[in-house]
Design a protein around this ligand. Structure first.
Ligand code: GDP
Ligand code: MG
Length: 163
């Protein structure tokens, strides 16, 4: 199926909104309630004539951080197994959380190519929190807004640069 890009990250950071933005569909379920996306959703993206597949992960139906950790582990290990590139989405409104640190540790150990994506930079002063994400040890964060699309062109350029 060509290149597969997996979107991972803790609930409510905007993974499904990003999936919809990149695939230009409304098929992933986006909701204010953490954990609304059921299971996994696959789509295709064409950027400047370069195609790749993308998967939105995260079927959480709970809202306790403890249960999230085991659920997120499953999704992250599956992404590491099946994907060629991982988009690790974090929330610039919140800054770094313990769960972000946890996921970053797994991803760093995996040696998979990871693109760190700081979402929701449209919201208030959140863009000023972005440098915090350097502490995750995954390189430079891409500042984006899945809601209004800012920064997603640069992100897409990076995803397809070696295709
Ligand atoms: P997921 O659980 O990671 O899939 O997150 P969702 O895509 O369902 O989004 C969770 C919430 O964050 C929803 O209320 C979205 O409207 C909101 N959201 C997602 N992306 C952005 C963004 O770029 N900016 C702002 N301000 N809100 C966003
Ligand atoms: Mg979702």
């Amino acid at each position: 199926m060509g290149r597969l890009v997996a979107i991972v990250g803790r609930p409510n950071v905007g993974k499904s909104t990003l999936f919809n933005r990149l695939t230009q569909t409304r098929t992933a379920i986006v909701d204010d309630t953490a954990g609304t996306t059921r299971d996994r959703q696959y789509g295709k993206v064409d950027w400047c004539g370069k195609e790749f597949s993308i998967v939105d992960t995260g079927g959480w139906v709970v809202n306790s951080e403890d249960i999230f950790e085991s659920e997120i582990n499953k999704q992250v290990y599956l992404a590491i197994e099946e994907a060629d590139v991982i988009l690790f989405v974090v929330d610039a409104m919140n800054g770094v959380t313990d769960l972000d640190d946890h996921v970053a540790n797994i991803l760093r150990r995996s040696k998979k190519p990871v693109i760190l994506v700081a979402n929701k930079t449209d919201a208030g002063e959140s863009r000023f929190n972005v440098p915090e994400f350097y502490s995750l040890g995954l390189g430079e964060p891409y500042s984006i807004s899945s809601a209004n699309g800012s920064g997603t062109g640069e992100l897409l350029d990076e995803i397809v640069k070696d295709l």
